[in-house]
Design a protein around this ligand. Structure first.
Ligand code: 0X9
Ligand code: ZN
Length: 350
């Protein structure tokens, strides 16, 4: 069943958001935005206390990369805090609407969960990884998650399963070869096919697709962004793993957008608030200064949609893609404080 501090199935996430919308229709509603390649329904969660339809919008998506399970978990956690924390009504929700797409790539997400394989054997082949510095809450002696290192089930049983767990792309097919999927974050229609992308459909990581927006999933995101572009003031695409909060341009390291200083400063404030909550600091820079990769959603949001603050947020350093589920309870609230800071600043400016 569903657990707000867990890695939930796409079906469990979907039924949970519908249940919340049914229980609190004046606060939360669901908009169908399109089908994934395998015909899963993509749902936008809209949270608002102002029926005028004039608030600035914070638009968040997560899970464009299948294996980055912490990202949908973060998005789902944000939804719960916004509607269940009484403080959020006066603070995060007062004067700002939140539009959240918790799983951009549901086909890939389910594939990485290995649902049909039945091969998940937790605690077999356990991998131990040190806890990163900066996670004071994890290493502090009396904390519940006290150990200095954490056992992380690697879920490794067969080579097929390992492939599935580390799946990144969508699940579409664009070639006669036995190769599937496109990297959604190389598929957007700005500088498509540039640096850090591949034309090879069999590339497991950075295949940009046969053309820009070849994927249902990226089309659906672009369509909602376009529908609300005048009101969206902040776009955040949540990924893992790492500790980066990056802004455009991602397609090149050579130039920066004219508003980069404002994006940089806001990112620093967000990082500081996560640190104050006991979490790890983000490294802040342009995406291209980290590594150039063209066709990303963040660049598209700024360049084509004109959204003034656009970010990619990478969560959970040091655990690669197999972040231990039992740590979500500790880290999700820490990162949430960063989103509070985002909302305070967006309200202040717009
Ligand atoms: O490469 C990516 O798509 C992102 N990193 S990840 O490890 N989650 O795959 C970074 C994207 C940053 N933005 C752009 N390059 N536009
Ligand atoms: Zn990613």
């Amino acid at each position: 069943g569903f657990n707000v501090y867990g890695f939930n199935s796409y079906d469990d996430i979907t039924s949970r958001i519908h249940m919340l919308a049914a229980k609190m229709p004046q606060l939360i509603s669901i908009q169908f935005v399109g089908h994934s390649y395998e015909k899963r329904k993509m749902n936008l969660v809209k949270i608002s206390t102002n029926p005028s339809g004039r608030n600035p919008i914070i638009f968040i998506d997560a899970g464009i990369h299948a294996r980055e399970w912490v990202a949908p978990a973060m998005a789902v956690y944000i939804i719960h805090r916004l509607i269940k924390d009484p403080k959020a009504l006066k603070r995060e929700l007062n004067g700002v609407d939140w539009y959240i797409l918790p799983v951009v790539n549901p086909d890939g997400y389910e594939f990485s969960r290995g649902k049909k394989s039945g091969m998940i054997v937790p605690n077999s082949n356990v991998l131990t990884i040190g806890v990163q510095r900066g996670w004071a809450a994890l290493t502090a002696a009396p904390a519940r998650h006290a150990p200095a290192s954490i056992s992380c089930p690697r879920f490794e049983v067969t080579s097929t399963y390992v492939m599935n767990r580390l799946w990144r792309k969508t699940r579409s097919k664009h070639t006669k070869k036995d190769c599937y999927g496109v990297d959604g974050n190389r598929n957007y229609g700005f500088e498509w096919g540039g640096k850090g992308t591949s034309k090879d459909p069999c590339d497991q990581e950075i295949y940009a697709g046969p053309k820009a927006f070849s994927e249902n999933e990226t089309q659906a995101v672009a369509k909602i962004m376009n529908a609300y572009k005048e009101r969206i003031k902040l776009y955040v695409s949540i990924h893992s793993y790492g500790a980066y909060l990056v802004y455009p341009w991602g397609f090149t390291a050579d130039i920066l957008p004219e508003n980069w200083i404002r994006m940089h400063n806001l990112a620093r404030m967000v990082s500081d608030s996560v640190v104050r909550a006991g979490g790890p600091a983000f490294e802040v820079m342009s995406a291209g200064q980290w590594y150039p990769a063209a066709g990303g959603s963040d660049d598209y949001a700024l360049a084509v949609m004109g959204i003034p603050y656009s970010y990619t947020m990478e969560l959970t350093k040091n655990f690669e893609f197999t972040f231990p589920e039992e740590l979500l309870e500790t880290v999700l609230p820490q990162y949430y404080d960063g989103f509070i800071t985002f909302s305070i600043q967006i309200k202040r400016e717009f």
